[in-house]
Design a protein around this ligand. Structure first.
Ligand SMILES: *Cc1c(COP(=O)(O)O)cnc(C)c1O
Length: 410
């Protein structure tokens, strides 16, 4: 405990938990009968995993995905043993025992990981649940065709070893390490261009995925359930764009991130049209006002010069909070429902807003909506900074307070 109270941060991300849970329900409806997996990696896309994950869990959602094992362990500590947690990104020396002990399911993208996961199961005495991750064309992580052949070989060999061990030891229950092994509980892949529905690659990826799924089923069936049940496989390839653009969702579940937060992964996509509401409202406060004569500059480099007499409002919020400096002289913020331009460079901690000469509508202490309901969208900030809404929300820094805001329809 500290001996003093830390006042609230100047820049706050208000998280609308009602919007979050409504979005989850809308998406789950759309995906059904496939199930929703809530992707909460990267601090819940910058929204604050400590708020987001428990809110979703309380609303009844049980399947969660993160990228890394540290994220997964943190999530386990937040949600307890009932949540199903999947992580897929780790290195050749990452300790997998902790993940297995915490019942984290892992995506497997290399044959080496199969080996290491089976060892982790033996060492910990706990079943290691794995989802085979197939590279169907993205070229990122996942087993590419040649590695997939070797992974299937590994599984066949491993099943054979188990079979031998089982016979040597009579029945399964008395075999010394029979209880703790690797089990393949899922097969997954990831789309590259599902946000561009007219492109043919998505169908091609789906076809490769179906074929891998068929082969995996055959391998599992031949192993007589020693490696997992083919009928129980969790099959998932769709992300937010896939979930929103494909007719019926392929597979048994979908890993949805961005859309959960009420943001659209589609260019010019309006979340409202999809029945989604932005979850984050990033707000700051006007802390200074000054009248500026024509010819006066603004911020580092004086890249903006006032053409006429005007009035500047100073708003805390800069790249130290994760706002993109690239949006300098392009972005806008909203004060009392009106949009005003950001002038000059966005600095580490603050930005200058040009509210116009004699503007008596804006007062010190007024709330400034940087993005979210009542202001510009995260997607607009993405355009201003030559990036995407995903990056705008995810890069918000630790200095920004994430605060729950019970939905009031604003
Ligand atoms: C981030 C990620 C997702 C979620 O993607 P969205 O477009 O945010 O829905 C799903 N699967 C994998 C493998 C990812 O890395």
């Amino acid at each position: 405990m500290t001996s003093f109270d830390i006042p609230e941060a100047l820049v706050r991300a208000e998280i609308d938990e009602a919007a979050l849970c409504d979005n989850a329900a809308v998406l789950a409806d759309r995906l059904s009968p496939a199930r929703l997996k809530c992707v909460v990696k990267a601090n819940a896309y910058g929204h604050g995993i400590d708020l987001v994950a428990p809110a979703l869990f309380s609303a009844g959602w049980r399947e969660f995905c993160v990228a890394t094992i540290p994220e997964a362990l943190h999530l386990r500590s937040l949600l307890g043993p009932e949540a199903q947690i999947l992580a897929w990104l780790y290195g050749p020396t990452t300790d997998l025992d902790e993940a297995v002990r915490a019942d984290i399911q892992l995506g497997v993208s290399t044959v080496d990981s199969l080996d290491r996961l089976a060892e982790a199961a033996r060492r910990t005495g706990i079943t290691a649940r794995a989802h085979l991750k197939i590279d169907t064309g993205l070229g990122r992580n996942g087993l590419a065709p040649e590695a997939l052949v070797r992974a299937f070989d590994w599984l066949r060999r491993h099943a054979e070893e188990r079979r031998t061990a089982d016979t040597d030891h009579g029945d399964l229950a008395t075999a010394p390490d029979a209880a703790a092994d690797i089990r393949i509980v899922g097969i997954m892949s990831h789309f590259a261009v599902a946000d561009e529905p007219e492109r043919p690659e998505t169908a091609a990826q789906s076809a490769v995925f179906s074929s891998a799924h068929g082969q995996l089923r055959a391998v599992l069936d031949a192993a007589d359930g020693r490696l997992g049940e083919s009928d129980d496989l969790d099959v998932h390839i769709a992300n937010s764009p896939g979930a929103l653009t494909l007719g019926p969702c392929p597979g048994t579940s979908a890993r949805v991130g961005l859309a959960l937060y009420g943001l659209s992964p589609l260019e010019d996509g309006d979340p409202a049209v999809l029945g989604l509401r932005p979850v984050m409202r990033l707000v700051s406060t006007v802390i200074n006002l000054k009248d500026i004569p024509a010819g006066h500059g603004a911020s580092y480099g004086l890249t903006f010069t006032a053409a006429t007499d005007t009035r500047f409002a100073l708003v805390p919020g800069g790249y130290g909070d994760g706002l993109p400096r690239a949006a300098s002289n392009r972005a806008e913020v909203a004060i009392r429902g009106r949009r005003y331009p950001v002038v000059g460079r966005i600095a580490m901690d603050q930005m200058i807003i040009d509210i116009g000469a004699g503007n008596n509508e804006v007062a010190i202490g007024d709330e400034a909506v940087i993005f979210g309901p009542g202001g510009p969208s995260a997607a607009e900030w993405g355009t201003w900074a030559n990036t995407i809404n995903y990056e705008i929300v995810t890069q918000l820094s630790a200095r920004v307070d994430r605060v729950a805001r019970k939905g009031d329809g604003r």
